[in-house]
Write a protein that binds this ligand. Structure first.
Ligand code: BES
Ligand code: MN
Ligand code: ZN
Length: 497
């Protein structure tokens, strides 16, 4: 779907579908009023007839309105003026997307000026409208042979700004939004692919493709490299798998060489059976999404490279499978990590932290400005925060605050949890420097505390996306989160300096 932004009076739009906002009752937005004037009150009469439901996101389709060059007019309920907030904006965009999907229109025009929410402004509205429409129109049907007959697809959307020039900032927002959507789509597709296809080698090949397309630096470490580096924890996780492990390093340099990079580390377990500490069968298929952190790192770098953002970002993706096998790691095994610290693996299902700890230690070599890891790390995080907020942990409050603010800006929100030393004692082991599990209480916190033992030299944050990276049930599928948060964070950091 192509997006463009231009100065255009809605009543003059030659378009398959002109979208006009209606606030409460019969109160029309500016664009709707302007169109109604040319149309001799047709819109007002339709509203007076009570045909547009009084629910945000409701739509009413009018065809061939006399006086207007648009083939169709779609009235869209935004809700009371005073109550038009982010939630209402999103509700309205969902309604709009659903209506557009059912139409034959190949292009649509959306007067975006009327969609600005409170203090968030036009660039915000542009970003969010584009991201939400792209998300709504995302399909993953490449593995279905019995496809539903596709309706004529909406190929282009014009964001119309009436009576004012398109600012450079608005143009930049559009470029940012489409690149972010491309990145989120990539993350989604990698997540949705089945674990027999999306293997560690597949992820490495995908990273190479991105590197080639955007001229990025790429390096893929193999098992022998991991052995040479002493990555005993990562090697312990992959021990039961027939798939070779990979450690992908993808570099995007959009800023001066002197600028220290932001390093993003993504958990890339392409399937998590639990290993010898085998998971129960119900919903185990969803453990194909256990590489979502990795997907979000590749997606974020693709987005930043696609928009030529002035940032230096390095993606570090440790990826392997967690399988039971005669050669698999046993509960009770003790391994030496790349940091030199030893770990007693009491539960082989707590594997994410094992691959991450070695990847975090490896990240030190890039002398990063900050390191953020993204991981579907704990079921406990889903219990704590549900499917709304990602769990945030950090050893630096300024970094945490920046991540929270970026999450709010992108509406891809995180919530901070404590990383207090008091929790560390739960990781005590009788036989090694630490255990890899801390018991049931505060499970996502002790997982973060484990990682904190490997990031003492770094400015570091951890995002537990176990509850936000995918949806279960009828709408099962990857969400592409937290690509919007990470992209926004990188850009906000670049603008700050
Ligand atoms: N990938 C899982 C976490 C997970 C579970 C995410 C369910 C989303 C839904 C992770 O590797 C895991 O198995 N964690 C264990 C840790 C426990 C053994 C300490 C968990 O959460 O049960
Ligand atoms: Mn696990
Ligand atoms: Zn896992």
């Amino acid at each position: 779907m192509q997006f463009s932004i231009r100065t255009l009076s809605p009543e003059k739009a030659r378009t398959g579908c002109l979208v006009l906002g209606v606030l409460g009752g019969e109160t029309m937005t500016r664009a709707a009023q302007a169109a109604d004037k040319i149309a001799g009150g047709t819109l007002r009469r339709a509203l007076a007839g009570g045909d547009l439901a009084d629910k945000t996101g409701a739509t009413l389709l009018l065809r061939a309105v006399a006086g207007l060059p648009a083939e169709r007019v779609l009235l869209l309920r935004l809700g009371e003026r005073g109550k038009f907030d982010v939630a209402a904006f999103r509700e309205a965009m969902r309604g709009l997307a659903a209506a557009l999907k059912g139409l034959g229109a190949k292009d649509a025009t959306l007067p975006v000026t009327d969609l600005a929410v409170g203090s968030r402004g036009l660039p915000w509205a542009v970003r969010h409208a584009v991201l939400m429409l792209r998300e709504a129109f995302y399909v993953f049907d490449q593995l279905k042979t019995l496809k539903k007959p596709a309706p004529p697809a909406l190929a282009s959307v014009t964001l119309a700004i009436a009576g004012a020039p398109v600012t450079l900032q608005a143009q930049a927002s559009l470029r940012e939004a489409t690149a972010t959507a491309d990145g989120a789509d990539l993350a989604r597709t990698l997540g949705n692919l089945p674990p027999n296809l999306c293997t560690p080698s597949y992820l490495a090949e995908e990273a190479k493709k991105i590197a080639k397309q955007f001229k990025l630096g790429i390096e893929v470490l193999e098992r022998k490299d991991m052995e040479r580096l002493g990555m005993g924890a990562l090697l312990a996780v992959t021990a039961g798998s027939r798939q070779p492990p990979k450690l992908i390093v993808l570099r995007y340099a959009g800023a001066a060489k002197s600028k220290k990079p932001l390093v993003l580390v993504g958990k890339g377990i392409t399937f998590d059976t639990g290993g010898i500490s085998l998971k129960p069968g119900a919903e185990m298929d969803e453990m194909k999404f256990d590489m979502s952190g990795a997907g979000s790192v590749l997606g974020t770098i693709r987005a930043l490279a696609g928009m030529r953002a002035p940032v230096n970002v390095i993606g570090v993706v440790p990826t392997c499978e967690n399988m039971p096998d005669g050669a698999a790691t046993r509960p009770g095994d003790i391994v030496t990590t790349m940091s030199g610290q030893t770990v007693e693996i009491l539960n082989t299902d707590a594997e994410g932290r094992l691959i991450l700890c070695d990847a975090l230690t490896y990240s030190e070599k890039f002398d990063p400005e900050a390191v953020i890891d993204i991981a579907t790390l704990t079921g406990a995080c889903v219990i704590a925060l549900g499917h709304v907020a990602s769990g945030l942990f950090a050893n630096d409050q300024k970094l945490a605050d920046e991540i929270l603010a970026a999450g709010d800006d992108a509406w891809d929100r995180a919530w901070q949890m404590p990383l207090w030393e008091d929790y560390q004692e739960q990781l005590r082991s009788n036989f090694a420097d630490m255990a890899n599990i801390g018991g049931r209480p505060g499970g996502s916190i002790t997982a973060a505390c484990y990682l904190a033992r490997f990031t003492r030299k770094l400015k570091w944050a951890h995002l537990d996306v176990a509850g936000t990276a995918w949806r279960s049930g009828r709408d099962k599928g990857s969400t592409g989160r937290p690509v919007p948060l990470l992209v926004r964070l990188a850009l906000r950091r670049a603008a700050r300096k």
